[in-house]
Design a protein around this ligand. Structure first.
Ligand code: ADP
Ligand code: MG
Length: 731
């Protein structure tokens, strides 16, 4: 390879493991679990009984926060934090860019006598005022009124973030503008959880339950990511600036041997995972599984599910920790949906359900779902919701990165359908035929055929990796979510559309029974039958990757919104605005501003990528291939001089590719110059997004084709960028 590449490779090969290694004998995992969390247990220890009870009621029952207790909680929180070495506190919030933001303030205040005292008041705990002017607001807050407020979210525990030089108390908050509208991802999650609780309570009451604790949405996200050596990362300007490779020929060996999935984890990676896990444990992030994923150098981590709001906060922390710890091990963690073309991309499977402490998981079918009316009604609500609002679900996973992944024969297609599995599909089929299902297909047992191995209980449905929305035992798994995305958008959509469907079901049942419990069962059967008749078309248990499905889906009238620009339209349809307003999740102006921000984010991403591509092609690739042309030409001339024939095929090929490169770069630069980039925001985000998709992306694809072909011709010792082979296989 070129000198820079050679140096990167030697640096990788000379990597020395960190010493001393972490050791779980000295501090067992169970001892550190949650040690940096201001948990319920910690509060119970530190707060007066009445205050503790009041906070607990807010957390567990969703009762309004009693502001008068804030001073007491703040003082206890500060004492705890200082005992953990904290000097500062930070309101952590989640602006619409999808990142995590934090504003730090010191606990210290001058005491007027030349010293300082530590102080943290209830007012400081409850409310903060970061400068909001540089966060996107989609027109909700004009810059001359750049004020935004952060408001303490009592339901997500405060925690300590460590740094070798000190620690910080972090307080999860909602972020709203001066005039009230939400500027963040958390606020609508909280509102949608409330709506879901209200409607689920209604239905459970109709079903005869008396004691009904708060129903919460639960969420367990599976996070996929790539790890590559940092020396390669920094030798690739595209990875550094765009998070994905904009160029790179397919390696001769990709993932076709399937030798990576669940394979043994390389030592350095395992050491990294252990350290990440230790950090997760300290913060009470309940991670459970880790394994290799399908693509080379791709991995996955998954926690045990939690209250969806807490899970979303934990997810943001988890992504940050994955990135931070990687550098300590000489690696870079890539969370982009498609860092490498031609091998699998990364998703974030959002496992979702709802339940409470008395009625349990409301999507648990039990052994005999056909007799479980409660389950069938909640499951029916999800089926109806997904069918009616598939375009919204598609819209909330739409962003530039995910366009490379969805429908690319490795991730679910952009058509939203539901996989139910054999047993449930059969039960709903019976409902459709007769209204009254009479049997559930047995789960059975699997005999492995080796006497010494145990018999395994068989799952009631096989796994189907090709479905974007699959029922997996006792929860739904939304698989189309992108690896780099905040969970909040998908959670808000799911919570709200299911709340709407439960509302519909409860209202219909109330009408049909007129309050007479004896009429409930027949009314539920009739209702379920009509739901399956109207919405059953969204159920599809076959191969979602197949061409046949695309045709079949079209016949069934299921939308297929292939690209971000097609999907974003559906965030702010009149029906969706009405729904969000009805359930007090988002106002019209909040919905519209969000849509505008998402178009804008798309434009900014494509602009950066287009400009980067042009620059790398001109300043990195072209010089290398031109040098190679010079070399070929002079060896041709030398051969001629001694009377030996020179075959100019290769030379001509590279010259021709160079010529196309120059021409295409010029076209791309011209096209991109109308794309509204330049750091001043985008004037007409929607229009510009379509322009970029139709006029700039095709040129990016063309330029990539040329450069990737050049990579297969130019002498290896001239090629300037680390190759796919090197990045994915040298560890
Ligand atoms: P897989 O998807 O590979 O079958 P698991 O069955 O272990 O994996 O579950 C995947 C994720 O689903 C985990 O994060 C798990 O916590 C989560 N999960 C399990 N039950 C629920 C639930 N009731 N609500 C939300 N998520 C859940
Ligand atoms: Mg899964």
């Amino acid at each position: 390879g070129s000198q820079a590449r050679q140096q990167a490779i030697s640096a990788v090969l000379n990597y020395k493991p960190i010493s001393p290694p972490l050791n779980f004998d000295e501090t067992p995992a169970a001892d550190i679990y949650g040690c940096n969390v201001f948990s319920i247990t910690e509060m119970e220890k530190r707060l007066p009984k009445q205050v503790f009870k009041s906070v607990k009621r807010t957390i567990e029952r969703g009762e309004p926060l009693d502001n008068s207790i804030a001073d007491v909680v703040a003082a206890a929180m500060m004492d705890w934090a200082i005992s953990k070495g904290a000097t500062h506190y930070a309101h952590v919030f989640y602006p619409l860019t999808g990142i995590t933001a934090e504003k730090h303030d010191s606990f210290l205040s001058p005491d007027g006598k030349g010293g300082a005292i530590a102080e943290f008041s209830g007012a400081q705990l409850i409310q903060g005022e970061p400068d909001a002017s540089s966060f996107p607001s989609g027109g909700l807050r004009s810059t001359f009124e750049a004020r935004g407020y952060t408001a303490w979210d009592v339901t997500s525990p405060a925690y300590i973030l460590e740094n070798p030089n000190g620690t910080t108390l972090c307080i999860p908050t909602a972020f709203v503008s001066w005039t009230g509208p939400a500027l963040d991802k958390k606020t609508p999650v909280l509102r949608s959880m409330k709506a879901l609780n209200t409607q689920a309570q209604r239905l459970l009451k109709l079903l005869g339950h008396k004691d009904i604790p708060m129903v919460t949405a639960t969420c367990g996200p599976e996070q996929e990511y790539f790890l590559i050596d940092r020396n390669f990362f920094f030798a690739r300007p595209d990875l550094v600036n765009a998070g994905r490779t904009l160029f790179g020929a397919k390696p001769p060996k990709g993932q076709e041997f399937s030798d990576q999935y669940f394979g043994a984890i390389p030592e350095r990676v395992l050491a990294y995972m252990l350290e990440c896990e230790r950090e997760f444990y300290k913060l009470g992030i309940p991670v459970k599984t880790r394994h290799n994923e399908v693509a080379p150098s791709q991995y996955e981590v998954a926690p045990i599910y939690e209250n969806a709001n807490v899970a979303a906060d934990h997810q943001q922390l988890l992504m940050m920790i994955l990135k931070n710890v990687a550098s300590k091990y000489g690696m870079s963690c890539l969370l982009h949906e498609k860092p490498f073309a031609g091998v699998n991309g990364s998703g974030k499977h959002l496992n979702w359900s709802l339940g409470n402490s008395a009625q349990g998981n409301l999507l648990d079918p039990g052994e005999t779902p056909h007799q479980n009316m409660q389950f069938l009604l909640f499951c029916g609500a999800v089926i109806r919701a997904v069918h009616l609002h598939s375009t919204l679900l598609r819209a909330v996973i739409a962003h530039a990165g995910n366009d490379h992944r969805l429908g690319a024969n490795e991730a679910p297609p952009a058509i939203i359908s539901i996989f139910l599995g054999d047993m449930l599909a059969d039960v709903f089929e019976q409902i459709k035929k007769s209204g009254a299902p009479t049997s559930s297909k047995g789960k059975g047992t699997l005999t492995v055929g080796v006497d010494t191995l145990p018999q395994l209980p068989k799952d009631a449905g096989d796994r189907n990796r090709t479905s974007p929305f699959a029922f997996t035992g006792n929860k739904f798994e939304f698989r189309a979510v992108g690896s780099n995305q905040s969970l909040s958008g998908p959670l808000v959509a799911l919570n709200t559309i299911v709340a709407e469907s439960i509302d519909y079901i409860a209202t219909e049942l109330e009408k049909a029974t007129g309050g007479d419990p004896a009429k409930l069962a027949p009314a539920a059967q009739t209702l379920l039958k009509s739901i399956v008749e109207k919405h059953g078309v969204v159920i599809f248990n076959g191969d979602g990757y197949s061409e046949a499905w695309h045709q079949e889906a079209e016949k069934r009238g299921l939308p297929n919104l292939k690209q971000t620009v097609d999907a974003l339209e559906y965030i702010a349809t009149p029906e969706n605005i009405a729904m969000f307003e009805k359930y007090a999740v988002l106002t019209k102006e909040e919905v519209v501003s969000r849509q505008e921000i998402y178009y804008e984010q798309y434009c900014l991403t494509i602009n950066v990528e287009a400009n980067l591509m042009a620059e790398i092609a001109k300043t990195v690739i072209y010089p290398a291939s031109t040098r190679y042309v010079g070399e070929l030409a002079s060896s041709g001339a030398s051969l001629k001089a001694v009377g030996v024939e020179f075959d100019a095929t290769l030379l001509n090929k590279v010259v021709a590719l160079n010529k196309s490169l120059v021409a295409t770069v010029a076209k791309l630069e011209e096209a991109a110059s109308h794309g509204g980039g330049g750091g001043h925001g985008v004037a007409n985000p929607k229009e510009t997004a379509f322009y970029l998709k139709n006029s700039v992306i095709p040129l990016m694809v063309e330029l990539r084709g040329i450069v990737d072909e050049l990579e297969t011709y130019v002498a290896d010792d001239h090629w300037p960028l680390p190759t796919y082979q090197e990045m994915l296989f040298i560890k």
